[in-house]
Design a protein around this ligand. Structure first.
Ligand code: NAP
Length: 338
């Protein structure tokens, strides 16, 4: 089957299109014909080797986490899906490979595709929607009347997090370039700060939660906009010892992460707030919960561009530029390259 893969890590590594073996199917796995995949910053970071110490992959490595497609077959222990079902999901970090025609995946990572969404729309969601859910529902426990700050509202995570926070009953403040402000108000943002002109910490105050996705300097500021007892969640680091524990990393990694996050944890403690690093854990269960919100239109996917499968490297480069508004998707079905 056709797939986009890398032969080694590196900043200048090229994503190559080629023939890869058909995936093996285990008893608890589903064989999916991929119709669309979406691109995440994570794909570019994995390709660069940024995570090679904590997530070792075998080469050649087919990239891609997010997919939507149709079930072609099921292992004997699969109970939730049957051939012909439309599904979507995020592949586990140690078995990625959504930039391909087919993949096998444990059924627990999949959910039924919401009937009102196209394959492209469904594929745009898993990583960013699960990240938003785990940050706002699981870690911060956002409740009605709270105030939530979401950094980079125009990004893949931000566009979904704004809608989810609003649904949870929060007042939502966000940062974005001026050109994105109206669109983000349309998604439910109450306050949009133009991050190129204004310091969000001067405008946004007394938040219960802050979802941070960019630099450490703004994470340090996020601590200052929280109410006592509030939570700053970073999805871009620094990782903390709790992450090392959850990821099953050895003591040395635990120590490194203790050191990397020492300053922000100490600053949070001094102000009576909490710091949490989040590395999203994929799974179909939270997607099933999100399905109700997607099917009722409470949360709408936001797609910047759809690229044909043959242009997966261009799609990845566009995402890596950090300028995408919402998500970037690759249409796989019917766009067989080569
Ligand atoms: N830990 C996890 O589990 C996890 C999960 C998902 C994502 N992430 C990470 O979270 C980060 C964001 O991911 P994403 O998919 O949302 O990224 P993205 O879609 O690539 O974000 C691009 C958007 O961010 C905006 N932006 C860039 N810098 C900004 C800043 N300083 N302030 C406000 N807006 C800014 C850009 O707007 P302009 O063009 O107007 O500047 C653009 O619209 C990435 O580093 C990604 O790796 C982590």
């Amino acid at each position: 089957m056709k797939a986009f893969f890398v032969e080694h890590y590196g900043k200048d590594t090229l994503l190559a299109l080629g023939d890869r073996p058909e995936p093996d199917m285990r008893d608890n796995e589903v064989l999916v014909e991929i119709r669309a995949a979406s691109v995440n910053q994570l794909d570019a970071k994995i390709m660069s080797g940024a995570f090679k110490q904590i997530i070792p992959h075998k080469m050649p490595l087919t990239l891609g986490h997010d997919l939507a497609g149709v079930v072609l077959g099921t292992g004997p222990r699969v109970t939730a899906f049957k051939t012909g079902d439309e599904v979507y999901g995020c592949l586990p970090v140690n078995r990625i490979g959504a930039f391909a025609e087919r993949v096998t995946v444990d059924e627990s990572y999949l959910a039924p595709k919401p009937g009102n969404l196209t394959m492209e729309e469904a594929a745009s969601l898993p990583v960013v929607a699960i990240t938003a859910w785990q940050a706002l529902v699981v870690i911060a426990g956002v409740t009605p009347g709270q105030r939530v700050f979401i950094q980079a509202g125009s990004g893949g995570v931000g566009t979904i997090a704004i809608q989810l926070a609003k649904h949870l009953g929060a007042e939502v403040a966000t940062t974005a370039g001026a050109a994105s402000a109206d669109a983000l108000r349309g998604l439910g943002a109450d306050i949009v700060v133009d991050y190129r002109k204004e310091d969000f910490a001067a405008v946004v105050k007394a938040c219960d939660a802050a979802l941070m996705s960019q630099d450490e300097a703004s994470l340090a500021k996020a601590i200052t906009i929280l109410k006592p007892g509030g939570t700053a969640i970073s999805i871009s680091g620094p990782p903390d010892p709790e992450f090392a524990r959850q990821a099953g990393l050895n003591q040395l990694f635990g120590l490194v992460m203790w050191g990397l996050s020492y300053r922000i944890r100490a600053a949070a403690r001094r102000r009576g707030v909490r710091y949490a690093f989040l590395f999203m854990q994929p799974g179909g269960a939270q997607l099933r919960e999100l399905n109700a919100l997607l099917e009722s239109g409470v949360i709408r996917p936001v797609i910047d561009r759809v690229f044909p499968f043959a242009q997966t490297p261009e799609a990845l480069a566009y995402v890596a530029s950090g300028r995408a508004k919402g998500k970037v998707v690759v249409g796989v079905g019917g766009a067989r390259a080569g």
